[in-house]
Every structure is written in C-alpha cells, then in structure tokens.
Ligand binder design. Structure first.
Ligand SMILES: Cc1cc2nc3c(=O)[nH]c(=O)nc-3n(C[C@H](O)[C@H](O)[C@H](O)COP(=O)(O)O)c2cc1C
Length: 290
C-alpha cells in the first residue's frame, strides 16, 4: 500500500513536544483518510480529546482555499463538555435536537459563516500579491484590485446580490469543515456533523448577528468500531458526473475502482454482516432503544 502522500505529515523541521501518552496521528494516506471516514454516532464519553489534536484539525481547516483568500469568513467556537457550564452544555445539546451523540462527544466545534470576513477582501487579495501568488504577469496590481475586482460583484460578492454572497460564503466554510473532518479521521478520532437550532446555539455561545452557525462538528473517540458498519451508500458515479454535456454519464473505469479498493479509498459497503449486533450492543451500553 502506497504511503507516499501522507495527510498527517511530519514535514516541519521543529517538532512540538507531545504530551505523554498522546497517540500520534494515524499517518493515513489521503485515500485512506477519505475511505475510512464515516459519520460516527456513538462516542466514548469518558475519553477526552487531546488539545493538540483539536489544534491540528483547525490548522487543516485554516489552510483550505478561499475566494479572494477571505478566510475570516469561517470562524469556529470550540466547546469542551468538561469545561462548559452544565446548563449551557445542556442547552447546546437541546439545540442539537437532543441527538444522543451530542452529549456523548466530549468536544463540539461550532463552525460559523461570518459575513464580516468579506471586509478583509481587499487586504487579503493584496496579501496574495505580496506573497507572489497573484502576479503582475496576469495583470494583478493594487490598481486592478481597486478598479476592477472590487467593482465586479462576481468577485467582490458583497457588492452584488446578497443571496450569492451567502451561498459562496457557505461554500467557504464548507471547505474548511471538509478538511476538518478528514483531519479528525487522520488523528484517529471519531467525527460527525450535526445540524441544530441556529438562534439557540448563537445565543448560548455569544455569536454575533453577523455570523451564522453552519454546522456542528463532534469530536471524540468512537465507541462503535471504526468501520461503523461499512462505507455508506452514495448515488451512482454515472448519476453525478457528466461527460462534456449535462446528462451524458461519465464512464466509470472498473480498473480505477479496483485500484481505489486496493488503496483503501473505496471500502466494503454498509451494512457489514455484524452491524445489527453491534448497534444492539451499543444501544444496551448507552441505555438507548435498539
Ligand atoms: C451538512 C451536514 C449535516 C448533517 N447533519 C446531521 C445530523 O444532524 N444528524 C446526523 O445524524 N447526521 C448528520 N449528518 C451526517 C449525514 O447524515 C451523513 O453524511 C450520512 O450519514 C452519510 O454517511 P457518512 O458521513 O458516514 O459517509 C450531516 C451531514 C452533513 C454533511
């Protein structure tokens, strides 16, 4: 199995000291991280999540690409169950529709879309020029930013239709969350997204009106097997992807599929034969109906 493209690399020259007994990242390949990820719905409430793992997950999210490099849009509040006032945590669980995994997981990340992030667009674009990413050979200059980019609603989204700006902003936060899910997988954690009552969560966490809670990411150690019953069903490749023109299904090469199975990205489909028994045992452990 190829180990060349590691998701959780150790590329930096200076390594921070690890807390004693902290399990290191699994060092998965990118394909393994994608293939092994599942929405985990049963967590060990008794096992805390190491702070350095949370930081690594947030660092992965911060490095995701963003329109105009306006990364200030995607902010998050990290909530540690053990350090949060009991009533506040109960209110958050209630806002998450009392889904049982919300009270099991020791850490929640409340991912938000903060529309004030777009105020940094000009500076962030200028930063890309200074960094040598946007170059004069493609016409980039401060004058171009001021006279063209900031006056074109497709680029300066706040100068155009509000709906488009919100839609694009949701993509920005979504990209950060996607990386955070894979990073959590790479750190050997269980993770899942939850939807909740946005107003209630914002009030409990002091989130301003400019920001909307987009999704809540749970973090913890999985109480269910890491297979979590197998890879979950998805629409067919040919239903999703088109060749040259909408409606012309793109060919799915079975040899590529075989390669991805070999590399751990495509895994056995759910439900694995023992899943029913596993769920029954988990339900008994957590005092839930099966
Ligand atoms: C934006 C978003 C919101 C979700 N909200 C919930 C939720 O509130 N409760 C839940 O049990 N699963 C939730 N999920 C998990 C999905 O149901 C999950 O993607 C589905 O089970 C597919 O399985 P997988 O993530 O294990 O591959 C959410 C997923 C996404 C992407």
């Amino acid at each position: 199995m190829s180990r060349r493209h590691r998701v959780g690399g150790t590329m930096t020259a200076v390594q921070p000291e690890k807390a004693a007994g902290t399990p290191s990242s699994l060092g998965l390949t990118f394909k393994e991280a994608v293939g092994r990820r599942r929405s985990i719905r049963y967590y060990k409430p008794w096992q805390p999540v190491e702070r350095e793992k949370i930081q690594k997950i947030l660092e992965a999210a911060r490095l995701q690409s963003c329109h105009g490099n306006a990364g200030h849009i995607r902010k998050a509040v990290v909530v540690h169950r053990e350090e949060t006032d009991e009533d506040v945590f109960a209110g958050l669980v209630d806002a998450l529709y009392n889904q049982p995994q919300a009270s099991q997981a020791p850490v929640h990340i409340y991912w938000t879309i903060d529309m004030t992030g777009w105020e940094h667009l000009r500076d962030n674009l200028k930063g890309l020029i200074d960094a040598g990413a946007l170059t004069s050979s493609y016409g980039w200059s401060e004058q171009f930013i001021d006279e063209i980019v900031l006056k074109t609603p497709d680029f300066n989204v706040m100068a155009g239709e509000r709906r488009f700006a919100e839609w694009l902003s949701a993509i920005e936060t979504g990209m950060a969350i996607g990386a955070a899910l894979l990073a959590a997988q790479d750190e050997g954690l269980g993770t899942q997204l939850l939807t909740g009552k946005r107003g209630q969560m914002a009030e409990l966490l002091g989130i301003p009106d400019t920001a909307t809670v987009a999704q809540i990411q749970l973090l913890g150690y999985a109480a269910e097997g890491t297979e979590a019953g197998g890879q979950r069903p998805r629409p067919g490749f040919d239903e999703l992807y088109f060749d040259g023109r909408w409606g012309n299904s793109l060919h799915r090469d079975p040899e590529v599929v075989a390669e991805l199975i070999d590399e751990g990205m495509i895994q056995e489909q759910a439900p694995l034969p023992y899943r029913r028994r596993e769920v029954r045992a988990l339900a008994a452990m957590f005092g839930l109906p099966d």
